[in-house]
Design a protein around this ligand. Structure first.
Ligand code: AMP
Length: 213
């Protein structure tokens, strides 16, 4: 089964993906994580992505779609969670085509709904592990040792695009480009709405599990 996690930045897609990977055997594919790795390794693709990410803007479809296609062709695995992709209508259509060529498809789309106030509050308290990519919330989900990842002991960092001015741009990008995808997938009857405002991520997770049965 292949699923999409759709939702604004800070809606909890990464946290839900982490739970589904650990407990349900899914494989997470986060385009944001792939891009941050490319940036870390200072590749040509990374340098190009950085220009957009640093401004809070979306990376152009053509670059993202190429990245996704090469991942899909190389892994050929099922049980994928698409986290942060697709983010535009053009990406959603490209994904449909790519999966069709591989004889696969999307089985479910989970739309995690959270208000802008909760998102801004969450992102301003977010720290991430640059090694394992897990994210923490200083209020709702703090690390056991302040500033240190529980799983691998790496020093936690703040994402450069989590600063308030960038978050506002990212939310605008989301409203304009990504939210219309709810309607797109709704038209093919795949969207399951998950309230994501509870600070306990297990609340949303249990609802996702229920819908996966
Ligand atoms: P994320 O980790 O999903 O929050 O993504 C961080 C940033 O990476 C976004 O704000 C975009 O600049 C870029 N990005 C990640 N995924 C995509 C995508 N599917 N399309 C365009 N840009 C993306």
């Amino acid at each position: 089964m292949n699923i999409i996690l759709l939702g604004a930045p800070g809606s909890g897609k990464g946290t839900q993906a982490e739970k589904l990977v650990t407990n349900q055997g899914f494989i997470q594919f986060s385009t944001g994580d792939v891009m941050r790795k490319e940036i870390e390794e200072n590749t040509v693709l990374g340098k190009e992505c950085k220009k957009y990410i640093d401004q809070g803007n979306l990376v152009p479809d053509v670059l993202v779609n190429q990245m996704v296609e090469s991942y899909l062709v190389n892994t050929r695995s099922d049980n994928l969670i698409f986290d942060g992709y697709p983010r535009t209508l053009a990406q959603a259509k490209a994904l449909d085509e790519m999966l069709k060529k591989l004889g696969k498809g999307i089985d479910k789309v989970f739309y995690i709904q959270v208000s802008d106030e909760v998102i801004i509050d969450r992102i301003s308290n977010r720290l991430v592990c640059p090694m394992c990519k897990r994210s923490y919330n200083l209020v709702g989900r703090p690390p056991k040792t302040p500033g240190i990842c529980d799983y691998d002991g790496t020093k936690l960092v703040r994402r450069s695009d989590d600063e308030p001015a960038k978050v506002i741009i990212r939310l605008k990008e989301y409203e304009k480009n990504t939210k219309p995808l709810v309607e797109y997938y709704h038209s093919i009857e795949k969207v399951i709405k998950i309230p994501g405002h509870d600070s306990d991520a297990n609340v949303a997770y249990q609802q996702i599990l229920e819908s996966l049965k």
